[in-house]
Design a protein around this ligand. Structure first.
Ligand SMILES: Nc1nc2c(c(=O)[nH]1)N[C@H]1C(S)=C(S)[C@@H](COP(=O)(O)OP(=O)(O)OC[C@H]3O[C@@H](n4cnc5c(N)ncnc54)[C@H](O)[C@@H]3O)O[C@H]1N2
Ligand code: MOO
Length: 604
């Protein structure tokens, strides 16, 4: 039986397996110099017997380890070795060992031993030894190096155990043609064809739903010119081309001394002037001369390098440059136009304008910008049990939470919002509410009343004023979703459960509003994290668990759930800082495996 293995490195790993006595080490000792000669840089991992030691009794490193140091690192100017006492039951973890290899220093890792792991391997076989063939029960064997007597199936590459060149050819070809497995994200945002696919008996996938929703959205094209100071999280309507170089002049990034690099030798330079920010030195600097210069001051002609004040000593109108051998030509010089060059597109249409973008526009001298009109979003709640916060809670009722989460998320997206309150659950009132809302808003959002039992009023009201699709999305939470058009407006009927509301807003409404607002890059980020506990979903369904991620001592992002995941429990959203997304192809994620998260910083 083979044990699952996933290569954590961006380079190939190839195993050599055989029964003992077949000559693995002898082969590797001949193969390594041959591959080296071909320019292939190698790492080797060798499985050893329990009490191996690489150190010698009496050596300092040996004695320190024996004295109790769990790790000893011995280093010289040619090599270093890290010895770690890491007692584990059974075999050491190859994945953990591989992560110790520095992948930028080698091209392939050859592994000797670890016969049971499901990594690609070359089997070594000598018929004369009368041992069984490993490939018969191991699909990970890619080739067999053997003698003439061994039977090899047509599906496997046959190599001659005594022909090192041939085996090296195989390894070289393997290394050169290896491709890291493609990472597939749990949601596909860019497949337009998905929107054409019909609903299956389990509903549609999240990717299909996003595609179908985006198909209904036409970006706003009305623009307005707005003062920079009043722009907050809006979307740029035209490309902005810089009329100036930023910075305008080549200048200093340090308080210090400016001079020509060619003047650097061990003799002091003559100080011929001082330049403050906003001023310039009127002459051309000569060899052997320097000026005192402040951060932001224009570099004099003839100078090309700056030494920081801390690394210089001034006396009698001369300056000695300390550590002259470390001075690099051009150091601490900011070149004219190095941030933005004149004529360059500084920001493209469709960019959302955050603090950095506004600062950049100001640095180019713009005080007003053409931006898209803000989307207007109208929100209401339905349901006889839904009550207004601040009023008395009647028996069998709940306070309206959804309107507040939806309005807040819409405002964060830069929308102008209209709060329509709680609407009575009857056809007439809902019809007139929808008609009125659509005449005032680009997007109308309701919550509740879309599942099988009680969808009727919303359905009937919508049929009276527009067209609607009701979908079951194969996801949890947030299964029922209604999307439609009322004249030029877009309608979203979100489910009633408060967590389902937030998750469906994040996955479907948010991309739609971002596209509507004219934004070009609206896809949320997925970040890989390590599951700190086993996670469960169901094949075919996309699961959005409320998660808490943190950077653990190993420097990696680890994520766990917030605990109970009921779709009515808003506290699970409050305690979370991300959604853990388990895609439709995955049913379970064992502890320690990779999972993708969407941090709230990007969603909320
Ligand atoms: N037989 C079936 N029953 C249900 C299904 C199903 O497929 N078959 N789906 C379940 C799922 S999943 C969800 S989600 C809900 C969605 O139902 P509705 O959209 O019709 O929502 P309601 O029934 O009106 O409410 C559900 C739940 O949410 C509470 N709620 C409603 N509005 C608010 C609000 N503004 N603030 C706070 N909480 C609200 C409401 O009281 C209910 O507890 O249907 C399942 N059933
Ligand atoms: O959409 Mo529902 O339970 O998945 O909340």
């Amino acid at each position: 039986m083979t044990v699952v293995f996933s290569n954590p490195l961006p380079i190939p790993v190839l195993g050599f397996c055989a029964y003992s006595g077949t000559g693995k080490t002898t082969l590797l000792k001949q193969l390594i110099p041959e591959l080296n000669q071909r320019g292939i840089r190698l790492a080797v991992i060798k499985h050893a017997h329990h009490n191996f030691d690489v150190d010698i009794p009496g050596k300092d490193s040996y004695e320190m380890r024996k004295a109790g140091a769990r790790q000893v690192l011995v280093a010289s100017h040619v090599r270093w070795a890290l010895m770690t006492e890491d007692p584990v039951e059974n075999d050491p973890q190859l994945q953990h060992l591989l992560s110790q290899i520095e992948a930028d220093k080698v091209d392939i890792v050859l592994v000797e031993g670890f016969k049971k792991l499901a990594l690609p391997k070359i089997e070594l076989h000598r018929a004369a030894h009368n041992k069984p063939l490993i490939h018969v029960h191991d699909d990970n064997i890619v080739a067999i190096a053997c003698c003439d007597e061994t039977q090899v199936p047509d599906t496997l590459t046959r190599l001659d155990l005594n022909n090192i060149n041939q085996i090296a050819d195989f390894v070289q070809h393997y290394q050169q043609n290896w491709q890291a497995p493609q990472v597939s994200l749990p949601i596909n945002f860019d497949n337009q064809a998905l929107s054409e696919q019909p609903e299956s008996e389990y509903g549609i996938s999240v990717s299909q739903g996003i595609s179908k929703v985006l198909n209904q959205v036409k970006p706003i094209n009305q623009t307005e010119l707005v003062d920079l100071i009043d722009i907050e999280n809006r979307v740029l309507a035209h490309d902005i081309i810089s009329e100036i170089n930023v910075p305008q002049q080549t200048n200093s990034a340090m308080d210090g001394y400016a001079f020509a690099f060619d003047s650097v030798n061990n003799s002091p330079l003559k100080i011929v002037g001082e330049v403050l920010a906003g001023h310039h030195y009127p002459n051309i600097l000569q060899q052997g001369e320097a000026v005192r210069i402040m951060t932001g001051a224009t570099l004099p002609q003839g100078a090309d390098t700056i030494q920081a004040r801390e690394l210089a000593e001034e006396s009698n109108q001369t300056v000695s440059l300390l550590e002259p051998n470390y001075i690099i030509k051009g150091q601490h010089v900011r070149l004219a136009g190095e941030d933005i060059a004149q004529g360059e597109v500084a920001l493209s249409a469709g960019t959302r304008l955050g603090s950095a973008e506004l600062g950049l526009m100001a640095s180019l001298g713009f005080n007003r910008l053409p931006i898209f009109k803000r989307p207007v979003v109208a929100v209401f709640s339905t349901g006889d049990e839904v009550s207004q916060p601040g009023e008395e809670l009647k028996p069998n009722c709940i306070f309206d939470a959804n309107r507040y989460t939806i309005l807040s998320m819409a405002k964060k997206l830069g929308c102008q919002v209209i709060d329509l309150g709680i609407i009575d659950d009857n056809e007439q009132t809902l019809t007139s509410t929808l008609r009125d809302a659509a005449s005032r808003a680009d997007v109308v959002i309701s919550s509740g009343g879309v599942s099988v039992g009680n969808a009727d009023y919303i359905k009937m009201a919508l049929a009276n004023v527009g067209s609607t699709h009701f979908w079951r999305i194969n996801m949890r939470p947030g299964r029922p979703l209604a999307v439609g058009n009322i004249n030029q407006s877009l309608f979203f009927g979100l489910p009633g459960n408060p967590v389902a509301v937030m998750v469906s807003f994040m996955q479907f409404v948010q991309p739609a509003i971002r596209k509507l607002a004219g934004e070009t890059h609206w896809q949320p980020q997925f970040i890989p994290a390590i599951a700190a506990q086993p996670l469960r979903s169901k094949t075919g369904r996309t699961e959005f668990l409320r998660g808490i991620y943190h950077i653990a001592n190993d420097g990696q992002i680890h994520v766990s759930t917030t605990g109970a995941q009921g779709s009515g429990m808003l506290s699970s959203m409050v305690n979370a800082n991300c959604l853990i997304v388990i895609g439709e192809e995955t049913a379970t994620i064992p502890k320690g495996d990779r999972v993708f998260i969407q941090p709230f910083a990007d969603l909320l």
